[in-house]
Design a protein around this ligand. Structure first.
Ligand SMILES: Cc1cc2nc3c(=O)[nH]c(=O)nc-3n(C[C@H](O)[C@H](O)[C@H](O)COP(=O)(O)OP(=O)(O)OC[C@H]3O[C@@H](n4cnc5c(N)ncnc54)[C@H](O)[C@@H]3O)c2cc1C
Length: 378
């Protein structure tokens, strides 16, 4: 796959996190001993026995409490009922790009006219809360392989599954210790751009149906070469639709809002095809399943993008950091006009980074921790 990407004209890059992002190479992962290394595992498990830390699980925060414009505590629901936690010094909201703006809105921080419509008393009119939602946008092109060489084989064969399961269990190695996505590329959809705006994910598996019920691999060997638009122009919103905190908010992305958003993805699909056609990969490819060889014109490709394109699960921007009137937090992650309240998660990103969001969000957490400590100790 790596060879094919290079044969398609993409230069090799040994470290996407190094001096330069552009090129093709192997991904790095947030994993440890064959498992995805969540921030809870990495940071919380060692600290959980500290006397000054209380962790409450199965708790849904429903409201931030205020005295005037100072945040003083939170109200949260647990199976034991509604509870309140009072803040000694400050509150840090880390509910993610959907949860944080929703909680702020339910608490009276958001666009005043909208909150008033819902009957939520306004603590402060902050029009940017919930605005500016954006995400990478993702298409898939899938290929049937001529021979068994993909992770699909695991789903199709019980003996292979058992062997892989046993290997993983006893050694934490093997296919199950991987994401199945080893290689990728960062490229520019237009040479006039200064930096890459397309990521190509090359996965050693392919799926037929993705639905609420799960993701089902094809019953034959396959790979996925997937273009992701990293710098979309469309902006959407997360908006409470009820004062009831357990009613999910409206989430609207407005993907493909501009010609550029569409053009970049059509370029991406064509590049995926070019990679699949290279000498290093072509002998392995039996046929293109999606979009399918019959789909050739730009208009047809655009239809497929509209029909099959999906969020890349990297949403950001709904409590945007900035210095303009629509920004929600300042450079130290403090909510404008409110005392004792910060937001620290992916929602503060002013513009989505052109790469995966998990590690940068952990960085935001680390940076927030350093600033909180600094502010507390003067
Ligand atoms: C399926 C999937 C695959 C992904 N794969 C990758 C990947 O391979 N690489 C990568 O870099 N990124 C990946 N991401 C993106 C990455 O997970 C996110 O960018 C990152 O987790 C964002 O962190 P966060 O702290 O902002 O939000 P989250 O991780 O979403 O954390 C917010 C937490 O707050 C909780 N919460 C929200 N509201 C409330 C409330 N009112 N009360 C109590 N709790 C609340 C939520 O339940 C959640 O646990 C993926 C995301 C998804 C969904």
């Amino acid at each position: 796959m790596l060879e094919a990407a290079q044969q398609a004209g993409i230069k090799p890059n040994p470290d996407f996190n190094g001096a330069e992002q552009e090129g093709t190479g192997f991904y790095q992962f947030t994993t440890n001993r064959g498992r995805r290394w969540s921030s809870a595992a990495a940071f919380l498990s060692d600290a959980k026995n500290r006397k000054n830390l209380t962790i409450v699980t199965e708790a849904h925060t429903t409201r931030i409490l205020f005295q005037g414009t100072r945040a003083t505590g939170v109200e949260f629901r647990t199976p034991q009922g509604l509870q309140v936690a009072h803040a000694g010094r400050e509150i840090v909201v880390s509910g993610g790009t959907y949860g944080s703006p929703h909680l702020l809105q339910l608490s009276g921080l958001g666009p005043a006219d909208h909150l008033t419509e819902l009957g939520i008393p306004v603590v402060r009119d902050i029009p940017g809360v919930g605005a500016h939602l954006h995400d990478h946008f993702n298409m898939y092109s899938t290929y049937r392989l001529t021979r068994h060489a993909s992770l699909n084989d695991l789903a199709a064969s019980l003996p292979r599954r058992l062997a892989s399961g046993a290997r993983y269990l006893f050694t934490r190695h093997g296919l199950l210790a991987t994401t199945g996505l080893f290689v990728g590329a960062f490229v520019r959809s237009d040479p006039a751009l200064e930096r890459p705006d397309i990521q190509i994910n090359i996965s050693a598996w392919s799926t037929g149906e993705r639905s609420r019920n799960g993701i089902n691999p094809h019953p034959f060997p396959g790979v996925t070469i997937s273009p992701v638009h990293l710098r979309p122009e469309g902006r959407g919103h997360v908006r409470a639709i009820s004062p009831d905190p357990l009613v999910a908010p409206e989430i609207r992305f407005n993907f493909l809002a501009s010609d550029y958003d569409m053009r970049a993805l059509v370029f991406g699909i064509k590049l995926c095809r070019r990679i699949a056609a290279q000498p290093a990969l072509a002998p392995w490819i039996a046929e293109e399943i999606m979009p399918g060889a019959a789909i050739q014109s730009d208009a047809d490709l655009e239809d497929v993008v509209r029909e099959r394109g999906v969020s890349n699960n990297h949403p950001v921007g709904t409590c945007r950091m900035g210095q303009d009137p629509r920004a929600v937090v300042d450079a130290r992650l403090r909510v404008y006009g409110i005392q004792g309240l910060r937001v620290a998660d992916a929602s503060v990103m002013p513009a989505i980074i052109a790469g995966n969001t998990n590690a940068p969000t952990i960085m935001i957490g680390e940076k927030a921790a350093a600033m909180i400590l600094q502010d507390a100790t003067g």
